[in-house]
Design a protein around this ligand. Structure first.
Ligand SMILES: [Zn+2]
Length: 417
């Protein structure tokens, strides 16, 4: 991975950037212009609540701007010094921080508005940001070299859970967490009608080729926001809202190819391993530690900077390498940061991009270079510590809702690693 720390000062033209997708925190726009320095890159534009950036010239906005810039520089350093050593350099996409004006951001915001989903419109591109992240493009509008008869296809996986917790929980009612994974329990909160997904992320991380392919079938049946397939830059689903041959050329071939990649790439076992290693502290035990650290001033409302993250990661490694499993001497602050590091890595998205995917009318797919792909992770910025009380409430509510639907242990479908 090459990550340039300095700010890139480059001429940006709003009409060169087109909407790709968005999450809670960022909108992704891709470059459609001709500047060779920007070809193959996307911008991740930070969002804010609509109206929050109304007074872009105020003193407060200026303070906010400087703080946000520092946060983004920290995120670059976090990617290089924490995420890269964990998953491997090759899996962290190159990033550069590019300067931009409020006028540029406002114009892009106006241009992409018609393309944005209605349920996302309460938040918009934040025009107070003086810089945003340029990242290597993983979702293309057209095949590499504009090759005839092929498509640019990208698969996005957001597994959200990689292992069952092993650490002990204080509350006996939480013992279900040792049998049913977080993702499977969460389904009952997300889909109150009981129409829950059969996908279990532990199957995807099983390392077993058949189980991986089956889990991708289940993912395709109820993709929601956790499984996205882009064909020529657009996310696709069939009439039933599923991923199938109707919307993806040669879907079975794509599923099998992705299953091979998941089994082969060491990224998946590294992500699972770090989840297990960081498993000493869970949200139930960390909430009181967080509250205590806030009361005693060890932690403040100020989010930790890069130095604190590097320190916490180094301390975690030292404890792990020494084989010392005694967590009783770990400080409140360290426990909080280890949990948030685990949460950050649990929430990454894996992108697999095929530059030349065979078109629907291709009969002999063996002749095409469909097996050539690029892979990388995105969304690995450190999570905010201030979210801990919210995560705790969500955790409690997910377990309670799951147990309402499945009160007897015999009804609970156990997840298998
Ligand atoms: Zn599960």
């Amino acid at each position: 991975m090459s990550t340039l720390k300095e700010l890139v000062d480059i001429q940006l033209v709003p009409s060169d950037w087109g909407y790709i997708e968005e999450g809670i925190e960022n909108v992704i726009v891709a470059y459609h212009g001709n500047d060779p320095e920007l070809l193959g890159w996307v911008l991740r534009l930070t969002k804010c609540d609509v109206g929050a950036d109304a007074d872009v010239d105020s003193h407060d906005a200026s303070l906010f701007r400087n703080k946000e810039l520092q946060k983004k520089q920290d995120a670059l350093e976090f990617a290089t010094s924490v995420v890269s050593p964990i998953v491997g350099d090759d899996y962290v996409l190159p990033q550069r921080l590019a300067k931009m004006s409020p006028e540029f951001l406002l114009q892009v915001r106006t241009n992409i508005e018609p393309k944005r989903p209605k349920n996302r419109l309460a938040r918009c591109i934040d025009t107070r940001q003086s810089a945003n992240m340029l990242t290597r493009e993983m979702v293309s509008r057209m095949p590499a070299g504009n090759t005839q008869g092929t498509h640019a296809v990208t698969v996005e996986l957001k597994p959200k859970c990689m292992a069952l917790p092993r650490s002990a929980f204080a509350a006996p009612e939480s013992s279900v967490k040792h049998r049913v994974c977080w993702y499977c329990m969460h389904q009952y909160t997300l889909h109150k009608d009981g129409n829950v997904s059969k996908f279990c992320p532990l199957e995807l991380f099983s390392g077993d080729r058949e189980r991986i392919a089956n889990s991708l079938n289940h993912f395709a049946e109820s993709p929601h926001n956790n499984f996205v397939v882009f064909v020529d830059g657009c996310s696709v689903v069939d009439e039933q809202g599923k991923i199938s041959d109707q919307c993806v050329p040669h879907w079975n071939l794509l599923r099998d190819t992705v299953a091979d990649i998941v089994q082969r790439e060491i990224l998946f076992s590294r992500l699972q391993l770090i989840q297990r290693e960081l498993d000493s502290f869970n949200i139930e035990s960390v909430l009181p530690k967080y509250t205590h650290a806030m009361e005693t001033g060890t932690l403040t409302t100020e989010e930790p900077g890069i130095a604190a993250w590097l320190n916490a990661y180094a301390e975690f490694r030292k404890r792990l390498d020494s084989g010392n499993n005694d967590n009783s001497k770990v400080s409140d602050c360290q426990a909080v940061m280890e949990l948030m590091l685990a949460t950050t890595l649990r929430d990454v998205s894996v992108l697999i991009k095929f530059d030349n995917w065979p078109a629907r009318d291709a009969t002999d797919t063996s002749l095409l270079e469909h097996h050539k792909y690029a892979i990388g992770i995105v969304d690995h910025d450190p999570k905010k510590l201030s979210n801990i009380p919210k995560y705790h409430r969500l955790d409690q509510s997910i377990v309670a809702t799951y147990l309402q639907h499945n009160p007897d242990e015999s009804d609970q479908r156990p997840c298998r690693e």
